[in-house]
Design a protein around this ligand. Structure first.
Ligand SMILES: [Zn+2]
Length: 322
């Protein structure tokens, strides 16, 4: 085991490296405790809990759930009540199951807990696979940083969520993930999303605006956001749209690299730039960018990931054309 779960101060539990972890290491690989499909809403969460084993149910209820403030809490209660009402209607239609499925206040409360746990701990798996959102037992223990040292990506063929080290992690260092999609957002906007969705304030180096490091990052982010707004406003009438898009994407890569962000989001941007270069007939530059993207993918998703294999295919096709 490369890690241990222990107290992380005010953050509650956290996941820590037990020995040095090299960049690219698959720190953990987990099957979902609870998952919902793309076409499922709240019903999916509750019906999925029915098939949980006793141990998995306990593991799920042990995770912390953030209610998300009063208005959100009310909305969640409404969904819980609605689900229970539907079960009641079903049980009336099928009287043989009536007694066992009458919702009790205890089960409603438990549903509410499960709902909060799911909303606070689930990861969006994306990629258009059959599973859309899921909770993972140990992954859920990993705390947030806007400048994470690890990244989780779902491996659809394995049906597992893999967490990889984005850089070398020292023994005893806490392993962190970014709970938010990296969009170059400013500290205040990240802060309110984290507070609303998870109920905590981030104290990572990017959020500490009292330091030179924090201030410099914030200025870079503000500058790029200003540029992307200008770009968005002119993109329609811009004659050299593709060139502008290419320049913009490259600027964002630079921003992320200056912040020390090296995950899949940056790899995918390198592939975007590569594709734009192909369209512009610049094959050498396309190959250089794609190879850079693949190098990042090697660390953040691993050689066995379908996306990595796509990257290899893309590069092979580029080389055959050269
Ligand atoms: Zn932060």
């Amino acid at each position: 085991m490369k890690y241990e779960i222990r107290q992380a101060g005010v953050k509650g539990l956290g996941l820590f490296a037990k020995s040095p972890i090299a960049r690219g290491t698959r720190i953990l690989s987990e099957r979902p405790l609870l998952a919902i499909r793309q076409d499922q809403e709240v019903d999916g969460i509750f019906s999925a809990t029915k098939s949980l084993t006793q141990n998995d149910r306990k593991a799920l209820l042990d995770l912390s759930g953030h209610s998300g403030g009063q208005s959100l809490e009310f909305a969640r209660w409404m969904q819980v009540v609605w689900w229970n009402v539907k079960s009641l209607v079903r049980s009336v239609r099928h009287p043989s199951t009536f007694t066992s499925s009458i919702p009790s206040p205890r089960s409603m409360r438990e549903h509410m807990t499960i709902f909060n746990v799911f909303r606070s701990n689930s990861f969006d798996l994306g990629g258009g696979g059959s599973i859309q959102q899921a909770v993972f037992d140990n992954v859920a223990r990993i705390n947030h940083s806007c400048l994470p040292n690890a990244q989780g990506n779902f491996h659809s063929t394995l049906g597992r969520f893999n967490v990889h080290a984005l850089r070398d992690i020292k023994s005893g260092e806490e392993v962190t993930l970014n709970y938010l999609p990296e969009l170059g957002s400013l500290a205040a906007s990240r802060g309110s999303k984290l507070q609303e969705g998870y109920g905590f304030d981030c104290d990572c180096p990017a959020c500490d605006l009292t330091t030179a490091r924090g201030k410099a990052g914030e200025e870079r982010r503000a500058e790029e956001r200003k540029r992307i707004k200008e770009f968005a406003a002119t993109v329609e009438k811009n004659a050299e749209g593709m060139d502008a898009e290419l320049r913009m994407t490259k600027r964002f890569i630079k921003l992320f690299e200056a912040e020390g962000i090296t995950g899949r989001e940056v790899a995918s941007m390198y592939f975007e730039v590569a594709k734009l270069n192909v369209k512009l007939g610049r094959h050498d530059e396309a190959l250089r960018c794609a190879e850079k993207g693949l190098e990042l993918d090697q660390y953040c998703i691993g050689f066995d990931h379908p996306t990595y294999e796509n990257g290899v295919e893309f590069i092979t096709a580029l080389k055959s054309k050269a």
